[in-house]
Design a binder for this molecule. Structure first.
Ligand code: PGA
Ligand code: ZN
Length: 426
């Protein structure tokens, strides 16, 4: 009864209004859907999205990817056991034949992979997080919540992509969420007095700061105004520099407009170290471009033990790159995005590689999302200690926070493992 009977796909629109792929998989008695997210600041080595080009939707259409699901990938997996995710994903990967799934399109492949897991869980009559857990499900992750946005997610903002609040000292998931909400509200009250703040792609505020330090200053002040202590073990700060997107290949320099000049890798390293010394920062993501392994290593040497160095574009949810980065001692944590990997199997392999090598795993949404909440179940199933969804605004973000609240309410008692709140940074 768990054999895949049919695979269907169609085009929908994501949170930026860009077309994306939705896939439905059916067995005899169950059905599951998955909708593929999309990044803006993508890593060089991640799974490739297939877009139609041409005039329709400014070239962003995904009709070719949808057609590939219906005409090529569907027939390939029909008859397969939906509960055998590895075989389904193996067929999809073998059919594509490239590491980045560039023939068929990572968005087509991931759509089928994700919908298969939902169909399997539905057929077995268990919630997705339970189905995805190898043993007992893990714990609820610590939320790292976007408050100030820049980079490619916020026209006219600072160059670094996210300044986040991390309620390290909270007593549990729900308490952490409330704390982050209070801080975001304090920021909103501050900026609403001057102008209507622009809400960026992930729901954070996009403000024309004079420099990155001004963004950190505002967030730290607002943590205090909300009644909390800005501290690494209290209410802390995280940053996603997303440096690849403002690195210029030709001059090997980082274009820091707010500084009015370009920075070399070593100047940027100095600056990142200075931020972590001046502010209660517990996590630094993508501080350097995704090719600069030596620079990551130099920064790792200089960062305090209490600061997590987190690889997103550097690692692109790839188990081999996770191994390479751990061998080089270049990271402490890996960001995990299913659409960077291209299949659910590759995603869980990366989570397993991270666990085996003692890295923290941060399951993450993309900047282009829908109300698909699969990553909430994935994070809990696999005991990821942190989750990065965006801000506490915009329904595509809240769908995932709300799914975590639902998991806490309905199934909290069945989760095992240490509270991620206490283990963060450890
Ligand atoms: P992206 O941003 O989805 O645009 O890549 C998210 C991130 O960089 O963490
Ligand atoms: Zn990132």
């Amino acid at each position: 009864v768990t054999a895949i009977r049919s695979v269907d796909a169609w085009e929908v629109l994501d949170s930026r209004g860009h077309p994306t792929v939705r896939v439905a998989v059916e067995t005899a008695t169950g059905r599951g859907e998955f909708t593929v997210p999309a990044g803006a600041s993508t890593g060089t080595h991640e799974a490739v999205e297939r877009r139609d080009g041409g005039e329709r939707y400014a070239g962003l259409g995904v009709r070719d990817a949808v057609r590939a699901v219906r005409e090529e990938l569907g027939p390939l997996v029909e008859g397969c056991d939906a509960t055998d995710q590895a075989t389904v994903d193996g067929r999809l990967e073998a059919f594509d034949g490239t590491p980045t799934l560039s023939n068929v399109g990572g968005n087509a492949v991931l759509g089928v992979s994700g919908a298969t897991a939902h169909a399997a869980a539905d057929t077995l009559g268990v919630p997705l997080f339970e189905y995805l857990a190898p043993d007992a499900p893990g714990s609820l992750p610590l939320p790292t919540v976007n408050v100030l946005s820049g980079g490619l997610h916020a026209e006219g903002g600072i160059e670094i992509q996210d300044v986040l609040v991390v309620p390290v000292g909270a007593e549990g998931f729900a308490d952490a969420l409330e704390t982050a909400w209070d801080v975001r509200r304090a920021v909103r009250d501050r900026v609403a007095a001057e102008r209507l703040p622009l809400v960026a792609d992930e729901g954070g505020f996009a403000l024309p700061f004079d420099g990155v330090e001004a963004a950190f200053d505002l967030l730290v002040e607002c943590i205090g105004e909300a009644g909390y202590e800005p501290a690494r073990d209290g209410v802390a700060v995280a940053v996603d520099v997303a440096a690849t997107h403002f690195h210029d290949e030709a001059t090997d320099a980082y274009a820091f407009e707010t500084l009015g000049r370009r920075l070399s890798a070593d100047e940027l390293i100095d600056r990142v170290v200075a931020w972590t010394e001046a502010y209660p920062i517990v996590s630094v993501e993508d501080p350097l471009a995704d090719h600069d392994w030596a620079g990551w290593r130099r920064l790792a040497d200089r960062l305090d033990d209490g600061v997590q160095l987190l690889g997103d574009d550097l690692l692109v949810t790839d188990a081999d790159r996770v191994a390479r980065a751990t061998d080089a001692d270049a990271v402490d944590a890996v960001l995990v995005k299913p659409n960077q990997a291209g299949t659910l199997t590759r995603t869980t392999e990366t989570l397993e590689a991270a666990a085996a090598r003692g890295l923290e795993a941060v399951v993450s949404a993309r900047s282009g999302e829908t109300c698909d909440a699969t990553i909430a179940d994935l994070a809990v199933a696999r005991g990821a200690t942190q989750i990065k969804i965006g801000s506490l605004a915009r329904s595509e973000r809240l769908a995932k926070y709300n799914r975590l609240l639902e998991l806490r309410h309905r199934y909290g008692a069945t989760m095992v493992g240490p509270s991620s709140i206490g283990s963060f940074g450890g």
